[in-house]
Design a binder for this molecule. Structure first.
Ligand code: HEC
Ligand code: HEC
Ligand code: HEC
Ligand code: HEC
Ligand code: HEC
Length: 213
């Protein structure tokens, strides 16, 4: 029966076109959405906290808030009490801090939205990088200038390996790890980096099990 045949034909056509459109949407969403590349991802946070004020202007050390970054794989976020050291007195009326005061009242953490997020199959560790003289700025950029925190490096495997295979030109004295503005000209830095690599016993390596265990 010809009419049934052409019915099937149109049905198939509609399904095929639907699938092609769905694949296109998935492709664009997956590859173009900044969450996938990561770079530029800057979610709106429950409180408009600005590193530009607290680090850039007030010159607070990263460890004032991220207290465990040099002792743990995980760089913790500060609890509300840390903010209250100042905001008990400072700007208590502003609605922009309402979430902070609510969190203290209810004794609940502030629901910050994660900015950086590696896939679970990748092992990462902050403490090791801190003690190896890798500055926060290498992976997080100029946090001291950020009004809203954002991801600025891809944190892709190629990004990690570029440094792991050839760390000398990226190293700095461990005392300067938190310093966002430390700099040196390239040649002098490479020379210093080679010395540090030897002193700190850092091995250039791209062994898969360093990051996939
Ligand atoms: C006064 C406290 C404070 C200080 C000082 C501070 N931070 Fe933060 N940091 C926060 C808070 C709160 C958040 C969560 C909100 C956000 O992402 O903006 C955060 C988030 C971050 C994030 C993103 C975390 C994620 O979700 O992936 C990075 C990276 C970061 N800080 C790096 C730094 C660096 C580097 C320094 C020092 C140069 C620093 N911070 C100093 C309070 C602080
Ligand atoms: C060392 C003291 C100090 C600490 C600790 C601190 N702040 Fe601040 N904060 C300030 C100062 C100073 C300002 C700027 C005040 C001004 O603009 O007059 C500020 C401004 C702010 C503002 C801007 C308010 C507005 O009206 O735009 C927000 C939001 C804020 N802080 C949130 C936080 C959060 C969240 C924490 C904890 C993670 C925190 N602060 C920890 C001192 C501090
Ligand atoms: C070698 C790259 C690298 C360096 C150096 C680095 N970070 Fe990170 N940071 C990351 C990665 C990758 C993540 C995401 C970790 C995850 O998803 O498990 C992250 C996440 C964070 C977070 C969110 C909480 C967490 O642990 O997931 C904070 C806060 C943070 N870093 C602060 C810092 C500070 C402060 C420094 C400097 C002392 C620093 N980072 C140095 C790569 C780095
Ligand atoms: C700018 C340089 C740099 C970047 C970028 C970097 N690392 Fe590292 N990483 C180092 C150095 C230096 C060491 C110390 C190596 C040593 O002690 O031999 C290290 C060590 C490590 C270790 C511990 C390895 C061990 O021997 O146990 C892990 C895990 C690691 N890095 C993961 C990562 C991941 C994942 C990324 C990317 C998201 C990354 N690193 C990006 C410099 C870097
Ligand atoms: C210095 C850390 C590091 C080392 C060493 C490393 N990787 Fe990775 N690898 C990563 C990171 C980070 C990702 C996640 C990349 C992303 O999110 O796009 C990843 C992702 C992957 C993926 C998933 C592929 C993808 O694009 O989704 C595979 C497969 C992989 N790695 C294999 C390897 C193999 C094989 C080796 C050894 C030759 C190796 N890795 C060494 C950090 C590392």
């Amino acid at each position: 029966m010809p009419s049934e045949k052409s019915g099937n034909f149109y049905l198939n056509l509609i399904i095929s076109v639907g699938l092609i459109v769905a694949c296109g949407v998935w492709f664009v969403w997956y590859y173009v959405a900044p969450e996938y590349y990561g770079v530029g991802y800057a979610p709106v946070q429950p409180i408009p906290f600005a590193h530009a004020i607290h680090v850039g202007a007030l010159k607070l050390d990263c460890r004032y808030c991220h207290t465990d970054v040099d002792k743990s794989w995980y760089a913790n976020l500060p609890d509300s009490k840390t903010c209250m050291n100042c905001h008990q007195e400072l700007l208590p009326e502003t609605p922009r801090l309402k979430v902070l005061f609510d969190s203290v009242k209810k004794n609940e953490p502030i629901p910050w939205i994660k900015v950086h997020d590696l896939p679970d199959y990748v092992y990462f560790n902050h403490e090791i990088h801190v003690h190896s003289g890798v500055g926060c700025v290498e992976c997080h950029g100029r946090v001291d200038k950020m009004v809203r925190t954002q991801q600025v490096k891809s944190l892709s495997m190629a990004f990690c390996l570029a440094c792991h295979r050839n760390p000398a030109s990226y190293l700095r004295p461990p005392a300067k790890v938190y310093d966002m503005t430390w700099s040196m000209d390239d040649e002098a830095r490479l020379e210093l980096g080679r010395k540090l690599q030897e002193e700190l016993n850092i091995v250039a390596s791209d062994d898969c099990s360093d990051c996939h265990r």
